[in-house]
Design a protein around this ligand. Structure first.
Ligand code: NAP
Length: 266
């Protein structure tokens, strides 16, 4: 029996990068996956194709996570299709970078709306469904699992990205507070904080050799991460193997949060 057999997962922002990797990894572990996207339908189709190529199953659902009515519809449609939801991966995220003095209100608000409020809207819908259904013993020890995508920038300050770092720092406490509040309902909430993972969001930082070498100075383990590094962790966090893990943020960053600048005595 596969680790996530009979379970239904929603992965937000699954049309590209980390979300795509997670959706494929969850499906390989046996989950049926709702592949959410906002604008890239082709990307979502590619994700579903890859899921099906590996013998898995899923559906595609367009929704903007920063719009509560879209999020409600996405959950309703997934529940109509598969009967319930067991796993939410709150992955969708954007960057809209600017120096602080030039950051527009729109730059600030958009990133907060998608990266922070979007996770709230989705987690609330998921938690309502988990509470309604409760624990189904032959499926999972928990009534439901929420995995919040954060970033090393929930603890590493990031000049020029104050909107992004602030939203991610919010996710750190969002996941912990939710875990504390929802534990008695048997709902587990954890976060993943990736370091540099090769995706479109940070393509300029790894695509050419010069940028990659600069980036590697920040990564003691001396490689840029792959989406599979995050997908594997998401499967584990969604499975009963991590049943006693609650309210934690796991840093998957090749050591980026180990203050590499101090390696040679600072
Ligand atoms: P990406 O390749 O740019 O993918 C972002 C995904 O989010 C896309 O599928 C996009 O969908 C979706 N999305 C954006 N706005 C959305 C909205 N309003 N509603 C629904 N979906 C939306 O970036 P990524 O690197 O995989 O990032 C995924 C997550 O990991 C983000 O939360 C990011 O902050 C986090 N992260 C990434 C890294 C890294 O090194 N890559 C490091 C730390 C944290 P469409 O394209 O269809 O619009």
């Amino acid at each position: 029996m596969k680790r996530l057999q009979q379970q239904i997962a929603i992965v937000t922002g699954a049309s590209s990068g980390i979300g795509q990797g997670i959706a494929i990894a969850l499906a390989k572990a046996g989950a049926k996956v709702c592949v959410n996207y906002r604008s890239s339908e082709d990307g979502a189709k590619k994700t579903l194709e890859e899921i099906e190529k590996n013998g898995g199953e899923g559906v595609i659902q367009q929704a903007d996570v920063s719009k509560p009515e879209d999020v409600k519809t996405m959950f309703q449609n997934t529940i109509k299709e598969y009967g319930t939801v067991d796993i939410l991966v709150n992955n969708a995220g954007i960057q809209q970078d600017a120096s602080f003095l030039e950051m527009s209100h729109d730059d600030w608000q958009k990133v907060i709306n998608v990266n922070l409020s979007g996770q709230f809207y989705c987690a609330q819908e998921a938690a309502k469904e988990f509470v309604r259904r409760g624990v189904v013993e032959d499926r999972s020890k928990a009534a439901g699992k929420i995995i919040c995508m954060s970033s090393v920038h929930d603890i590493i300050p990031w000049a020029g990205h104050v909107n992004y770092a602030t939203a991610k720092a919010g996710i750190l406490m969002f996941a912990k507070s939710l875990a504390q509040e929802l534990s008695e309902k048997k709902i587990r909430v954890n976060a993943i904080s990736p370091g540099a993972i090769k995706t479109d969001i940070n393509r300029d930082a790894w695509e050419d050799e010069e940028s990659r070498n600069k980036l590697l100075q920040l990564i003691p383990y001396q490689r840029v991460g792959e989406v599979e590094d995050i997908g594997n962790a998401a499967v584990w966090l969604a499975s009963d193997e991590s049943d006693y893990v609650q309210g934690q943020t796991i840093y998957i960053d090749g050591g980026m949060t180990l203050y590499p600048g101090f390696k040679d005595n600072g």
